[in-house]
Design a protein around this ligand. Structure first.
Ligand SMILES: [Zn+2]
Length: 429
């Protein structure tokens, strides 16, 4: 049946506002489940039971159940047990699909809280103040999962179900490899479009940077500290490698000035030294140091080329520093391409209509200097993928918070999108 968006929106608004407290409580429950890497299973089990209770078919599987190594989009996973990495795909019952299909996806993995002293309240005890929910993962992106579920619930409450086939996916590994999303694709789940409601201030993701993660193991010349010099101290030598990697980043940012999607952003490419460890004993010159780093990748810059530049940089540094040996470099996480969501798709036009119906203003797009799961569906599997979600602030920090009014508005946008994209029909059962 043809969908009258503005009529539907006024009905959606009533029902979503009516159920606002339920949605907030549901989100709070989700945020209270610590789903940092390796600990996602209880959170996924809760979601699986929530989905099953709604009559959705639930496929709960582990990344290790799917062959993903070497597949396009695969990133090496180290120090992690994929037997524990549970993914959930819910299939909405639909005996006779009659419309376009859709994947609604949210990642439930969250980044570690970091220093607890910097948190005013425990990270996994969600707290509501002035219209915001605070807590690790509230904004990035458990709120998106709550929007997906309550959008579908709102349509059902109005007596409708999507005519096309809908899948709801909750994945892990978004924050480090993207292998959760890849596992759902390799398990066979595909659709005519994918929608990932990352909290992006109600703007559509037009372009994003990829990233590479790597570990550099620097060796020194062990001995008594009496014989100390900078080159033989592996920890101090590591700082010199970092300085040279920062110089490489400045060169790439010079090249970025003419980039079609990132030229307007100052220094879009970020190098980050994220972890460092080394040495064993204060009376000995540190014989080893490991630094773990992340470098952004511009769309159009092939991963292989970026990796080669990092390798060359380390090699040249080793010569300059006078190291006895070139450090070993290991790729340890994200090997993610930068990516552009090309303008002009039907999916974008559909979202633009939904957005405009709710907000009364045109949909804006932006380039993000971070990485999402979008590339897995869009770039590697040819599924047009929208990344768009509510307003929120300070993800990955102790001040992470999500705007709950914006959650309700975005739930409307998503429900309208489902209606417009998949078509609607009266609930069958
Ligand atoms: Zn996210």
């Amino acid at each position: 049946m043809a969908v009258d968006l503005s009529k539907l929106d006024s009905d959606l608004r009533s029902i979503i506002d009516e159920r606002f407290d339920d949605q907030v409580n549901w989100l709070a429950r989700l945020v209270s489940l610590d789903s940092t890497r390796g600990n996602e299973a209880p959170c996924q089990a809760w979601l699986a039971s929530e989905f099953a209770a709604r009559g959705w078919g639930v496929d709960q599987f582990r990344i290790s159940d799917v062959e993903i190594v070497g597949k396009r989009g695969y990133s090496p996973a180290v120090d992690v047990d994929y037997d524990k990495a549970v993914q959930v795909v819910a299939t909405l019952p639909n005996d006779a699909p009659d419309g376009r299909s859709l994947i609604l996806q949210g990642h439930i993995d969250v980044v570690p809280p970091g220093a607890r002293e910097l948190w005013e309240r425990p990270p996994f005890e969600p707290h509501i103040e002035d219209g915001f929910m605070w807590g690790r993962g509230a904004n990035d992106m458990k709120v998106g999962v709550a929007e997906i579920v309550f959008a579908l619930e709102a349509l059902k409450g109005l007596g409708f179900e999507p005519a096309g086939q809908v899948y709801v996916e909750t994945v892990s590994e978004e924050e480090c490899t993207g292998n959760g999303a890849l596992a759902t694709l390799e398990r066979g789940y595909r659709a005519d479009a994918c929608f990932i409601p990352e909290a992006l201030n109600n703007q559509l993701l037009r372009a994003e940077l990829g990233s590479v993660w790597f570990r550099v193991r620097v060796l020194g010349k062990p001995g008594h500290v009496l014989n100390f010099n900078r080159a033989s101290n592996a920890i101090l030598a590591a700082y010199d490698y970092v300085a040279d990697l920062e110089a490489l980043t400045r060169r790439i940012n010079e090249e970025a000035k003419t980039h079609p999607w990132f030229g307007h952003i100052e220094n879009p490419v970020k190098f980050s030294l994220g972890k460092i460890q080394g040495g064993d004993w204060l009376g000995s010159v540190p014989s080893w140091c490991e630094i773990e780093c992340r470098l952004s990748v511009l769309p159009g810059h092939p991963l292989e080329q970026v990796r080669q530049r990092v390798l060359d940089c380390i090699k040249v540094s080793a010569e300059r520093i006078g190291s006895a040996q070139t450090p070993t470099l290991t790729w340890i996480g994200f090997q993610a391409d930068g990516h552009v969501f090309e303008p002009g798709s039907d999916a974008e036009a559909t979202l633009a209509r939904s957005h405009e119906t709710v907000f009364g203003s045109p949909l804006e797009t932006f380039s993000q200097t971070a990485t999402s799961d979008t590339r897995q569906y869009d770039l590697y599997y040819g599924i047009p993928t929208l990344c768009y979600g509510n307003r929120g602030y300070d993800s990955h920090s102790p001040r992470e918070r999500t705007d709950l009014k914006s959650m309700a508005e975005t739930t409307r946008v998503i429900a309208l999108f489902i209606a417009d994209w998949c078509g609607l029909r009266p609930v069958q059962s």
